[in-house]
Design a protein around this ligand. Sequence first.
Ligand code: ADP
Length: 293
Amino acid sequence: MELHIRHLSKTYANGVKALDDVSLTIPRGMFGLLGPNGAGKSTLMRTIATLQEADGGSIRLGELDVLRDKMSVRRSLGYLPQEFGVYPKISAYDMLEHVAVLKGIGSGRKAMVEELLRRVNLWDVRKKALGGFSGGMKQRFGIAQALIGDPRLIIVDEPTAGLDPGERNRFYNLLSEIGEQVIVILSTHIVEDVKELCSQMAIIDKGRVLFAGSPSDALDGVRHRVWSSTVPKDRLQDLTARLPVISTRMVAGKPLIHVYGEQAPEEGFREVEADLEDVYFAHIKGFTQAVMA
Ligand code: ADP
């Protein structure tokens, strides 16, 4: 089963075009939707989750028409929103049970709740109030509630923001385990999330899809086109104005810049192996289009 998004568009009342003719095919496994803040990721996630309307286009989940057959989609869907609110005084166990009741789970509910608490590694703290949970524990609880009812499609919106590296790793492991069986869409502005987890990905910005494919296709697209040099600080401004600079970071107190192009931009630059970060910024800054045109 695949999720097919075709020509999806959405313009908000204030005139912001949040989705501009978005088409994507999303297979089973982990799919990374990468884009900066304001790119349109949440709008797309919320539309797939049947929480808001599109202006035009279509979404199909297997045989289901997502934009029309909302109730059926909701039964097949697990959603972990960006701002996942919890009732602070309720225990993890009671809250999960409550969500299961709301989702219409009757028989087998107790076993399901217990299995999920074990799966997300919250069994030992199941009787603790959610208000005392760390960010990582809250996110794992969020995944447990999203998994109720055996969804075929799981959407997680910016899930690793605010997690420390250990928590983030545990969360990655949990997600990749889940991604073996169902479609998981992970929206994020953190390139690392996609690199670690996703077999397919898309880069979006200003409501448009700039790239869709596997991370290795993405890397192939910029191969032999990333050049690097450390430069004196006082030349940085001039270089940034003149050259297609992908990124600048400080290494041992000196700026190291990556520049996009078919050949070395000037003397002193050497070709480097591109990573996903280079791909991302080359697309977001429009350099890849300029070369293709
Ligand atoms: P992302 O999740 O990638 O940060 P969003 O989908 O939240 O992006 O937002 C895309 C664009 O739409 C942004 O410019 C944002 O300001 C705008 N936007 C989002 N929600 C609304 C809304 N309810 N009304 C008006 N504009 C909105």
